[in-house]
Design a protein around this ligand. Structure first.
Ligand code: ASP
Length: 322
């Protein structure tokens, strides 16, 4: 893949966290921290994206990610276009490119793309004009870079470190772009004790998540964990989804108050949403004192502002002069 940074190290695109160095990741988290405002405080408003046009192109459903890219762009002064495009309406790559070229002709500078299939963000990077940037808002099961960054920010703001943490990811890891991006950012930032927990059929292929420990019993994997990240079963990515029994899954892998006691007393409970209460997590835990699930949402806006601001700073260097 083409580099996501320009020759001066500025962020040009964000499609994956794989390969981004610790300094680049830390700079985004630091900037996000400066943009973060808590519910009840006035939101940050700035001009970092003044004169920049952002197009949100979502070929897959999204609530949190889409709303937060929209808010993040507007809070920094951008013009925003939101297009919901069903995959079925996309017959060929050319059709897609025509949409992109049409929006480029309207001075779109940044494309935020979500797609259920792999490859679209990279394809676009190869075809957009030199001043135009591409941000992935979720690519198949492969990558969800802004989710990984918001997860890292949430952990950092509570734990102040990554090294030495025991991080457990529970559930449908095989189909999870959230788990992949989280493991990439956490390992670059220094976490070495990563535990993957789920039924054998939902654990990832052996050649992925190198260095992580694998568990098929949740009790074994979450023992002493500092962070427990629960995942949704992504039936939309499964051929045999109907065979899964929600009640049986909750009995074996659901996070309830009893299991939670096995983790560290200061454990953080995370979930990227949307949550299936009573399937992967009990409501009392999702809404309980160890849950940081709503903080993740809050951090998501700040992280997307930081990514957009970093990209805008780079793109001004690549724009055509008046
Ligand atoms: N919202 C996350 C994603 O887009 C997680 C999920 O859908 O379960 O991957």
């Amino acid at each position: 893949m083409r580099s996501q940074q320009d020759g001066a190290g500025g962020l040009r695109h964000l499609v994956t966290l794989d390969g981004l160095a610790r300094d680049a990741l830390t700079a985004i988290l630091d900037r996000a921290e400066s943009y973060r405002r808590f519910p009840g405080q006035p939101a940050y408003e700035g001009r970092e994206l003044a004169g920049v046009t952002v197009a949100n192109l979502f070929f897959e459903p999204s609530t949190r990610t889409r709303a937060s890219f929209d808010l993040a762009s507007r809070r920094l002064g951008a013009h925003v276009i939101n297009l919901d495009l069903q995959s079925s309406s996309r017959a060929k790559g050319e059709t897609m490119l025509d949409t992109i070229y049409t929006l480029e002709a309207m001075n779109t500078d940044v494309f935020v793309i979500r797609d259920s299939e792999a490859g679209l963000p990279e394809f676009l990077i190869d075809h957009v004009a030199p001043h135009v940037s591409v941000i992935s808002a979720g690519e198949a099961h492969l990558s969800h870079p802004t989710q990984g960054l918001l997860d890292a920010l949430t952990i950092r703001s509570h734990k102040r470190r990554f090294a030495g943490l025991k991080v457990a990811i529970v559930g449908d890891i095989r189909h999870s772009r959230v788990a992949r991006s989280a493991s990439q950012v956490l390992s670059t930032l220094g976490t070495t004790d990563l535990r993957l927990i789920g039924p054998q059929s939902l654990l990832p292929p052996e050649d992925e998540f190198r260095g992580a420990q694998r568990f098929t019993r949740i009790e074994d994997g979450i023992a002493g964990a500092d962070v427990v990240m629960m995942l949704r079963i992504q039936k939309e990515r499964m051929a045999q989804a109907a065979a899964l029994d929600d009640a049986a899954y909750f009995r074996e892998y659901g996070l309830d108050a009893k299991r939670l006691r096995l983790a560290s007393p200061s454990v953080l409970i995370m979930h990227p949403g949307p949550m299936n209460r009573g399937v992967e997590i009990e409501s009392a835990v999702a809404d309980g004192p160890r849950s940081v699930i709503r903080e993740q949402v809050n951090n998501g806006v700040a992280v997307r502002m930081a990514v957009l601001a970093a990209i805008a700073a780079t793109l001004t260097r690549h724009r055509r002069p008046l």
